[in-house]
Design a protein around this ligand. Structure first.
Ligand SMILES: Nc1ncnc2c1ncn2[C@@H]1O[C@H](COP(=O)(O)OP(=O)(O)OP(=O)(O)O)[C@@H](O)[C@H]1O
Length: 408
């Protein structure tokens, strides 16, 4: 209760600081700009109620145009929130563009609209705790205080996992690895890999362990009753490269497991007579069955990433040439993986001001939005423009504020 009061107080002080820098003249411009994103911001932010505030037509330097025809087919938040069937939203992009803020604000908005929501961070450098201004660390489900309906957070901690994995393998061999994996919620993988004695090979963690841990969590979402109540699952993903590895891992493992299975079959046909004499035939078959099960689960996760009915990847970027170029390449890679992408958030757009300094005027002239409109990978996405605000977006009230202008 006290904590919520403190959060509200901090948000109120934010609003004051946001309003403080505005004079009647430039506040008109800023509020009109925000109003062009959301009528709710319009009413929230007007520091001078006596002035009548109308959304202003966008200027030439900063055009808030609607995007090309195909994007207009993409529905808004009403569509994202409707239905109780589970949906997954993954938010990703270049480092520092505002992925966590956008993911956390979406999670808050889902929860406030009556969804049991889970927000998961697969970024090794987690910032969910910072974003919610609450301690959400620990690698397990933690309730988030503040939203109207239950919201839980989960920070998957691959860095710690990697260290523990190394220690477990060093100190206790296969049993240690198995215990460790059990502790990480990777029991199923441990069981399936353990009998193949892969643990012995894993004295150093394999490349891709971070992604494997994240994938194992996705498997839990699919199967475990503990997660069955969640109807919206929002992923705050790691910067681009890591996320692409995560998305391609199921395919990679599927292919590798397929190869292992084939190899095993060949060896088996050559040695089965001898093995059966020594009574090992059953174990071998058992292990092969389990590998096959693992493969099937990987296929399930892979299909989930590509399921247009339940999954959507939202790219977050900022209005700079470098960020837009990376987003374009990212979209191309996601298309190659057949991952559904419909929306592009351009975050931290400088709002108009009547008193531009030279620096702001130059910044505003950047041609990133035009680049997006002409980019073959990005122009077909629904463009969501999110203004740069004069505060750090921290805590549930601030995330709700952001969610109201980003998710409409
Ligand atoms: N629209 C905005 N206006 C003002 N500040 C913003 C906005 N969006 C994000 N920020 C701030 O930018 C910083 C980085 O945001 P965030 O942590 O969401 O980015 P990220 O892409 O998740 O970063 P990382 O890649 O490091 O995880 C934070 O301090 C956040 O409060």
């Amino acid at each position: 209760m006290e904590k919520t009061a403190a959060l509200n107080a901090s948000f109120t002080s934010y609003s004051l600081s946001f309003n403080k820098i505005l004079t009647p003249k430039n506040s008109m411009a800023a509020v009109s700009f925000l109003a062009s994103f959301s009528p709710r911001i319009h009413s929230l932010s007007s520091p001078f109620p006596s002035l009548s505030i109308k959304p202003k037509r966008p200027t030439n330097t900063f055009q808030v145009r609607s995007v090309a025809a195909p994007t207009e087919d993409v529905a808004g938040f009403d569509d994202m929130v409707s239905g109780k069937q589970r949906k997954y939203y993954m938010l990703g992009g270049k480092g520092g563009v505002g992925k966590t803020s956008c993911a956390a604000s979406l999670a808050v908005k889902f929860a406030n609209n009556g969804h049991h929501t889970l927000v998961v961070s697969t970024d090794p450098a987690h910032s969910l705790s910072d974003s919610f201004a609450q301690d959400l660390t620990g690698g397990m489900l933690v309730p988030v205080e503040g939203p109207d309906f239950p919201l839980f957070a989960l920070e998957i901690n691959p860095e710690k996992a990697r260290e523990e994995f190394r220690d477990a393998a060093k100190n206790n061999g296969v049993t240690g690895v198995k215990d460790f994996m059990d502790g990480m919620g990777l029991g199923m993988l441990a069981e399936q890999l353990g009998e193949l004695k892969l643990g012995e090979l894993l004295d150093t963690p394999p490349p891709g362990l971070d992604e494997a841990i994240a994938i194992s969590k996705v498997m839990q979402f699919l199967d475990s009753p503990q997660y069955s109540k969640f109807t919206r699952i929002v992923f705050d993903t790691a910067p681009t490269g890591h996320t692409l590895r995560l998305l391609s891992l199921p395919d990679f493992l599927d292919a590798s497991i397929g190869k292992i299975l084939k190899l095993r079959e060949k060896i088996a046909s050559a040695t089965s007579a001898i093995k059966s004499v020594f009574g090992q035939e059953e174990t071998r078959q058992n292990a092969a069955d389990k590998l096959e099960q693992l493969r099937e689960r990987m296929v399930k996760v892979r299909d989930l990433f590509r399921d247009t009915d339940s999954t959507e990847f939202v790219i977050v970027t900022i209005p700079t040439v470098m960020a837009v170029s990376e987003s374009s390449r990212f979209r191309a890679s996601l298309s190659k993986e057949n991952v559904p992408v419909r929306r592009l958030i351009v975050n931290q757009i400088l709002p108009p001001s009547a008193f531009d300094c030279k620096f702001c005027a130059v910044k505003r002239k950047m041609r990133a939005l035009d680049m997006i409109r002409n980019d073959p990978e990005l122009s077909s996405l629904k463009l969501i423009q999110s203004p740069l605000v004069d505060m750090e977006i921290r805590g549930v009230p601030a995330l709700k504020f952001m969610g109201d202008f980003v998710w409409k």
